[in-house]
Write a protein that binds this ligand. Sequence first.
Ligand code: DAH
Length: 373
Amino acid sequence: MTDLDQLKTDALTRIENAPDAAALEALRIEFLGKQGSISGLMKTLGGMSPEERQVQGPLLNGLRTETADAIAVRKEVLENAELEARLAGESIDLTLPAPEAPRGSVHPVSQVMDELAEIFADLGFSVATGPEVEDDWHNFTALNMAETHPARAMHDTFYFPQKHVDHTFDNAPNTRMLLRTHTSPVQIRSLVERGAPIRIIAPGRVYRSDSDATHTPMFHQVEGLVIDKGIHLGHLKWTLETFLKAFFERDDIVLRLRPSYFPFTEPSVEVDVGWEDVNGRKVLGGDGDAPGHGWMELLGSGMVNRRVIESAGLDPDEWQGFAWGLGVDRLAMLKYGMDDLRAFFDGDQRWLDHYGFSAFDQPTLSAGVGAKA
Ligand code: DAH
């Protein structure tokens, strides 16, 4: 074997065994760099005789080309291996469960309000709203509760300081501002704005200076109002019965109407609903007079007082109707089994996780208004 063959075998073997890109680059410099051994041999061609050069030229050129080719081949092998290694390190297992992502939930009060809107929309009602900061006229006077009316005392009203009110009007007491104590003022606002006939529900926040296990200073009501021609108490009973059956998803909801008094309705009725004891829990349904059953007061209602219809600028000889007011929080507690109203407004994450609903769990009449997340 000639020296040249020896050099070639040596170079190709070392190139093929170069462990990484840096080692390969060092070999390239060692053989083909400016001071490299093969480059050095190339330079000797200049000092050779033409005959000798004719023999050595192709040999040396061949050596240089083969070395360069071997380096290129090895380079590609090393690069591919490096890419494979990186891909292997970066792989993810798509069969693993998705990581826990924090997510919020829909409060039961919001959920119940959506359920109410869905059920009443099917009965031809639209949703109306009014301001929570209300004036005395809409909250009381227009609802047949004049300044001196004793029923005002039952409302534990939060009034705003009088100094913010303009006293130049004759009816100054009517412009006094307060936090609405019930959703009934929306009856007046809707009638004045839209006229009759009308079918609305008005869910929203109301405020009273009252606080214990079953009362919070802020709570939720839903008002209902129907004004049309020839409306009577039978329509009221059917509407509430149909609503409660849909809401509690039971056909055996039994109502009992008891004579009562509200300034804005005449006659007024309080509506009780039958319940039965199921494992120590009151579950709505069945005749409240049957053994193991009882009656629970659920809402106030009645035929809208003529004076309320007049307040809204309509002729009570032409238009009649019924109205009701119902506690939304109470309704949520009865349906979903919470027992302390105060927890509704504590914002405790554990309570919200337990009683909250998925945003995807939209109540629909077709899929059910009671599906629990
Ligand atoms: N506004 C009454 C309250 O908060 C509830 C009520 C009773 C509303 C009778 C009505 C009704 O519309 O007809 O106590």
